[in-house]
Ligand binder design. Structure first.
Ligand code: EPU
Length: 422
């Protein structure tokens, strides 16, 4: 198992490019199941979750090409679906495998998808995905740990669906199914995340008729048939935010390119409040100058366009260095503070009270062995290690490899002392 060895204390300086968004590329790959023609994607990050999705599509008998190098191109063609199944082994390594459920039932009339189960950050049920597909006429049962879904004769039909709770992959799953179903679908209380918008853009290129993307109400006129398309995935807003936080925590001076600053407005606002100077004059670029002494600021995670839960661990690392108390409230997942106890082992003063973490800074962090528990928690630990005195060993780096493309190379080019050991 790989580890990162990080020696803290270096200010980050230089230019770094953001990769494509993992959480936009995953639904885009699943959308390729909706057509028998070729879907060509660009700017797909070379991260582990993308290879897992590639393996899943290949299991379904799609032709998948993911070249190791290049511009992040991925070519998928699903001439026919002869094996509409997402097996447990793949779903347990990546919950986003559930994204094939909607496309499979819509295209082939049948899907068998392993139930994802909980993960380190919470219970994470998929009841809302199932309920919505049932409203579109699917018969769905769960047995032996699998969701088994069958479309009615004539295929899925449009429906009026109101999500009880905002769900990102739930909105995506149903949007894909509705694009191919017959008749009109109205989706209410939808996720407004940019990744949903990017998926809708791809679906429209494939021939779907979709209105209201980026708002809480999306209207879809089922197309019955979708064709091939070529699409460039949006920049990863969480990687962008992580790099902004890395510059801020080290008091560095970093230019971040190939980004979409508009997608992280809430992160920019919060990090500016802590004293970082963030300039977005140049299109697709952020210039970040850390303040040297961050100020404390409270934050509450929210659905987009609020402050993302996927930036909460990274923000906590920064808060340990702030001159005063920051209260961090996590509203999306019930158990997303596992990184706090690891940061405390490095010397941080963090008290967890239910969904709130009270972080008292500034703490002098010292390097030690820490364990990553999930993707974003690992990113938070890497940021803490960048300012810790001495050497930090971050174990279970496979979590970070799921969603960050060559993070250690990007950070070391900015001057961080970080290396991977096997
Ligand atoms: N929820 C339900 N029932 C459902 C679906 C969701 O109760 O059927 C609850 C969840 O348990 C959670 C809340 O609704 O409390 C929101 O969950 P959501 O469904 O929006 O999360 P997700 O779609 O499973 C995506 C991202 C996550 C990100 C969340 C929140 C992908 C592939 N994953 O997950 O990304 O944290 O939205 O923004 O898009 C990550 O990249 O590290 C990551 C975890």
């Amino acid at each position: 198992m790989d580890k990162f060895l990080i020696t803290g204390g270096r200010r980050l300086e230089g230019t770094v490019a953001v990769s494509g968004a993992k959480n936009a590329a995953l639904p885009a790959m699943a959308a390729a199941l909706l057509t028998d023609q070729t879907v060509m994607l660009h700017n797909v990050p070379r991260v582990r979750d993308i290879s897992t999705m590639g393996r899943l599509l290949a299991h379904i008998q799609a032709e998948v090409e993911i070249p190791a190098a290049g511009d992040g191109a991925v070519r998928i063609r699903t001439e026919k679906i002869s094996h509409a199944e997402a097996p447990y082994d793949l779903v347990r390594t990546m919950r986003a495998s559930v994204l094939v459920l909607g496309p499979l039932v819509a295209r082939s009339g049948y899907a068998r998808v392993s139930l994802p189960g909980g993960c380190a950050i919470g219970a994470r049920p998929v009841d809302l995905h199932i309920k919505a597909l049932e409203q579109m006429g699917a018969q769905i049962g769960t047995e032996h740990g699998y969701i088994e879904a069958r479309a009615p004769a004539g295929g899925l039909r449009g429906a009026h669906i109101v999500f009880e709770k905002i769900t990102v992959t739930g909105t995506e799953n149903v949007l894909m199914a509705a694009a191919l179903a017959s008749g009109k679908t109205v989706l209410e209380n939808c996720a407004r995340e940019p990744e949903v918008g990017d998926l809708a853009e791809l679906l429209v290129k494939m021939g779907a008729r979709i209105e209201g993307v980026g708002t809480a109400t999306i209207r879809v006129e089922g197309a019955g048939h979708l064709g091939g398309a070529e699409h460039t995935v949006i920049p990863d807003r969480i990687e962008t935010g992580t790099l902004v936080a890395a510059a801020a925590i080290t008091g560095g001076n970093v230019r971040i390119t190939r980004a979409e600053p508009a997608h992280i407005a809430a992160v920019i606002a919060k990090l500016s409040e802590t004293g970082a100077a963030i300039d977005t004059f140049e299109p697709g670029t952020l210039c970040v100058q850390g303040s040297g002494q961050p100020a404390p600021a409270d934050v509450t995670t929210q659905e987009y366009p609020g402050f993302p839960t996927d930036m909460q661990a990274q923000y906590m690392a920064l808060a340990t260095q702030a001159d005063g108390t920051s209260v961090i409230t996590e509203t999306i997942f019930e158990n997303r503070f596992l990184h706090a106890s690891e940061m405390a082992r490095m010397g941080a003063d963090i008290a967890i009270e239910g969904r709130r973490a009270v972080v008292r800074g500034p703490s002098r962090l010292t390097g030690t062995a820490v364990m990553a528990s999930d993707l974003r928690a690992s990113a938070g630990l890497v940021l803490a290690a960048l300012v810790a005195k001495g050497e930090t060993v971050v174990d279970r780096v496979y979590h970070i490899d799921r969603g960050y493309e060559r993070i250690e190379e990007k950070l070391s080019r900015l001057g961080a002392q970080i290396r991977r050991i096997s």
